[in-house]
Design a protein around this ligand. Structure first.
Ligand SMILES: Nc1nc2c(ncn2[C@@H]2O[C@H](COP(=O)(O)OP(=O)(O)O)[C@@H](O)[C@H]2O)c(=O)[nH]1
Ligand SMILES: [Mg+2]
Length: 201
């Protein structure tokens, strides 16, 4: 009988790392979303809302919120052994838009978080990603007490292209947020495949 050499240990897979942006209006749940899924202690730069900031930051509907993200949230999630996402929560307030161009460099895609009570707060993010052809999904963060609208109504209000996925989520819930992130990756892959088809005819 011939002794077979034991199987060689498989070399560890070098994971693909992808960068995903999390955008949306003030208080929509970006910091919460990144914190819910991140395996590393999420980095966040928050500062207390100062009295001076109050006239600028519209707090109606989110009275419980006392901190605001001034720079960004950063987190990491391993979706599969070979697929790691780095999450960058981008401040949705107008005065931080100067950061978006740098943050979106090399991003695979984006999640635009939306709150149906303040849908207009995500218009800027939708415009931004559409203009730069960065694949994005809309994730409606379902706050208690907010009216539930049919997806079609939200789509129309945002004037979304039919191929942009619209998902319902709870930014506090890890599994729900993971579904959204998988949705972004899938959508970005589909867009890339679509692009290749049109380029190669
Ligand atoms: N009820 C509920 N509250 C949420 C949800 N997501 C975020 N919040 C709360 O809403 C507030 C704003 O969330 P935050 O993540 O700081 O918003 P950001 O400004 O987009 O980073 C915080 O007090 C959160 O605890 C949610 O899905 N449901
Ligand atoms: Mg935040």
């Amino acid at each position: 009988m011939v002794l077979r050499r034991p199987e060689r240990a498989k070399p560890p897979v070098e994971p693909v790392t992808l960068k995903i942006l999390v955008a949306g209006g003030f208080g929509v749940g970006k910091t919460t979303l990144v914190g819910a899924v991140s395996e590393i202690r999420p980095l966040r730069t928050e500062e207390l809302l100062t009295e001076a900031g109050r006239p600028v930051d519209d707090l109606s509907g989110i009275e419980g919120k006392h901190t605001t993200t001034v720079a960004m949230d950063f987190g990491r999630i391993t979706l599969r052994a070979d697929l790691v996402l780095y999450l960058f929560g981008t401040p949705g307030q107008e005065r931080f838009w100067f950061m978006w161009d740098e943050l979106s460099e090399g991003a695979l895609g984006a999640v635009v978080l939306a709150d149906t009570r303040r849908l207009e707060d995500c218009f800027a993010a939708v415009d931004y990603f559409e203009r730069r052809a960065i694949p994005f999904v809309i994730a409606v963060n379902c706050f208690e007490g907010a009216d539930r609208y049919p997806a079609e109504t939200v789509r129309q209000a945002l004037d979304l292209d039919p191929d942009v996925p619209l998902l319902l989520t709870d930014a506090r819930d890890r599994e729900s947020v993971k579904e959204v992130l998988i949705g972004v990756v899938r959508h970005a892959m589909e867009q890339a495949a679509e692009h290749r088809r049109t380029v190669t005819g």
